[in-house]
Design a protein around this ligand. Structure first.
Ligand code: 3DU
Length: 213
């Protein structure tokens, strides 16, 4: 991912036309477009290919299965042009290694979830987040996902992963502050609803950009 604006658009819309319209409208303001189940299941896997022609795509499938199934899922989106993939670490080293092997074959990047940004993540994920970050380092992942809603956790994760990439969701609609997440050590902010649901999505993206420059 080329670091220009430090923003990643979470494109959680369910219409192919809206997704392509928003990608064209916003691609200059975002370093990558993150798409996941809502769009891929609604528009079909071909949407990965269509958006990849316009901007780098991170496939947020939060992959969490046995190694063979992980490999099949990774290959399905990598073949369609995704340049990044998000996977869970909790299924363990072998499952994560299957993702690493797949991305390596395609020259893509793997981002490993450490702790999610919603309140429920406090229940099971938060106590494990540092172990999950260590596993991301052990498999040599390109980066991790850490919560903008808890900047102090971004700091902790940064101290574990060194100079690997932190991509951070939870800004805007989930209440996280863009500036605080960047100050805590996030490399990229993942922003969705607060931009694409705004009356003027370009202006909403500009506001986040101005906040972090
Ligand atoms: O809350 P927003 O609309 O800005 O979207 C955040 C996106 O990031 C959304 O696609 C969600 O699935 C994803 N995400 C998290 O919110 C939290 C995580 O820990 C990981 C991914």
């Amino acid at each position: 991912m080329n670091r220009k604006t430090r923003l990643i658009l979470a494109l959680d819309v369910t219409s192919r036309e809206r997704a392509l319209f928003l990608t064209e409208l916003l691609k200059d303001r975002f370093d990558a477009i993150k798409i996941g189940y809502p769009l891929i299941l609604s528009a079909g896997p071909g949407i990965v290919q269509e958006i990849s022609k316009l901007a780098p795509v991170i496939a947020d499938l939060k992959i969490a299965d046995i190694p063979n199934t992980n490999r099949l899922i990774c290959e399905a989106v990598l073949e369609k042009g995704a340049s990044g993939i998000i996977a869970h670490a909790f299924p363990g080293m072998d499952s994560l290694m299957a993702c690493i092997d797949s991305v390596a074959a395609y020259g893509a990047d793997l981002y490993v979830v450490t702790e999610m940004s919603h309140p429920g993540a406090e229940q099971f994920m938060a106590p494990l987040a540092e172990d999950l970050a260590r596993l991301a380092v052990n498999v040599n992942a390109a980066g991790v996902v850490a919560p903008a809603t808890r900047p102090e956790k971004i700091k902790r994760i940064r101290s574990i992963i060194g100079n690997r990439i932190i991509i951070s969701p939870g800004v805007g609609a989930q209440g996280g502050s863009a500036l605080q997440a960047i100050r805590a050590g996030a490399d990229y902010l993942i922003v969705g609803r607060s931009v694409f649901e705004a009356d003027d999505p370009k202006e909403a993206a500009n506001k986040v950009l101005f906040e972090i420059v």
